[in-house]
Design a protein around this ligand. Structure first.
Ligand SMILES: Cc1cc2nc3c(=O)[nH]c(=O)nc-3n(C[C@H](O)[C@H](O)[C@H](O)COP(=O)(O)O)c2cc1C
Length: 351
């Protein structure tokens, strides 16, 4: 018996009020446990071959992936692939395991289709993530989102990033250097030119000594950067050989979302405009050889198609999956195929 994602979608939508009664982190683990049980029976959505492309140096069967933070430890790659994702970023992974911030550390704002999180890079550490990844089939490209341990000083941050990259190189199809989470104190400072250059070159140098195939490097940036900062980042990326920039991570500008006294990074619909503006600027600043990968406020198939039409080569979802449900990729592929037929997006360019 085959279970279509449509059946899952109907069940998810019906049960969503129940999930939304649960504390968000518990609901996430509960849902993943359920998905793991039904995964072998799910008939994953299939994409038209015309949607194939290379993104940031990695061959993808279509442009829709899962953003970092959903599978922090790389335990569920094979399961999440059943929902039709073309690629996944696992992590953020730090060299040593760390517990992250105390709970509660994630909140829903359903009326705003938003999440606020201050997870703080909770993960099992590079050795454990490598073990989890090596145990699985990995039917789709896996990017490892890398961070530094909370107690590593900025002066040694580059070494943390390089250590994770070198450890996980055998199981990674690409790496995303994450200097944009608002939940590790001072991390966003590392987006400044000198720090960033040092991190990217240290990672590249470490990987150059790796005996196997060297995974390409992506960078993930914040939506809260000034024009000047974006210009510096674009030129550092070109110099350091970064192949794609993921724009963007969560914002610390909460607007009308009533976060009360809580702090963290805001994701979902309220981030849509801010992230889209950063992508537009970045696309203009970067040469065509560096891809922009959209993240931030992509809540439904229309948002994703618009991001791709706006010049992003691929798109990653997170909060959209929570609010829309498991058919998000399948529905997006249907819309993309229409857009392709009508010439609104490019077909298999540089595959
Ligand atoms: C609970 C949670 C944890 C996250 N953890 C990470 C992370 O470890 N590394 C990272 O680069 N981004 C992380 N993110 C950011 C997402 O990958 C994504 O870039 C952001 O949520 C914006 O996209 P969205 O509006 O589609 O959710 C996290 C987001 C959430 C909600």
């Amino acid at each position: 018996m085959r279970l279509s994602v449509e059946v899952l979608q109907r069940a998810y939508r019906r049960l969503r009020p129940l999930w939304f009664q649960m504390e968000p982190e518990r609901a996430h683990h509960f849902n993943m446990a359920l998905l793991k049980i039904v995964a072998p029976w799910i008939g994953a959505p299939v994409a038209s071959p015309w949607l194939r492309r290379k993104v940031g140096g990695v061959a993808m069967v279509h442009p829709v992936g899962l953003a970092a933070g959903f599978d922090k430890n790389g335990r569920w790659v094979d399961v999440l692939a059943r929902l039709g994702f073309a690629f996944i970023e696992v992590g953020a992974v730090t060299p040593r395991p760390q517990p992250g911030n105390p709970r509660p550390r994630m909140w829903r704002f359903s009326q705003h289709q938003a999440l606020l999180n201050r997870m703080g890079f909770n993960n099992e550490g590079a050795d454990a993530v490598l073990r989890h990844l090596e145990k699985q089939q990995r039917p789709i490209p896996v990017g490892v989102n890398i961070g530094k341990n909370k107690d590593t000083p900025h002066s040694r941050a580059a070494e943390d990033y390089a250590a994770v990259a070198l450890r996980l190189a055998p199981a990674a199809d690409f790496f995303t250097v994450n200097v944009s989470s608002p939940n590790t104190p001072g991390l966003r400072e590392l987006q400044k030119g000198d720090f960033l250059t040092r991190i990217l070159t240290t990672v590249q140098e470490a990987l150059a000594g790796y005996a196997g195939r060297v995974p390409p490097l992506w960078l993930k940036i914040s939506p809260d950067l000034s024009e000047k900062e974006l210009e510096v980042i674009a030129s550092v990326c070109v110099e350091a050989g970064v192949r794609a920039v993921v724009a963007t991570n969560t914002t610390v500008h909460y607007g009308v979302v009533p976060v009360g006294g809580r702090s963290g990074g805001l994701s979902g619909a309220p981030l849509r405009g801010r992230a889209a503006r950063v992508r537009k600027r970045l696309r203009a600043l970067l040469p065509a050889s560096v891809d922009v990968v959209a993240s931030g406020g992509l809540m439904n198939p229309v948002d994703i198609v618009q991001a791709l039409q706006g010049g992003s080569r691929a798109a990653e979802v997170f909060t959209g999956l929570v609010y829309y449900g498991p058919a998000l990729v399948g529905h997006t592929l249907a819309l993309l195929e229409n857009a392709l037929k009508e010439g609104r997006i490019e077909g298999a360019g540089n595959p």
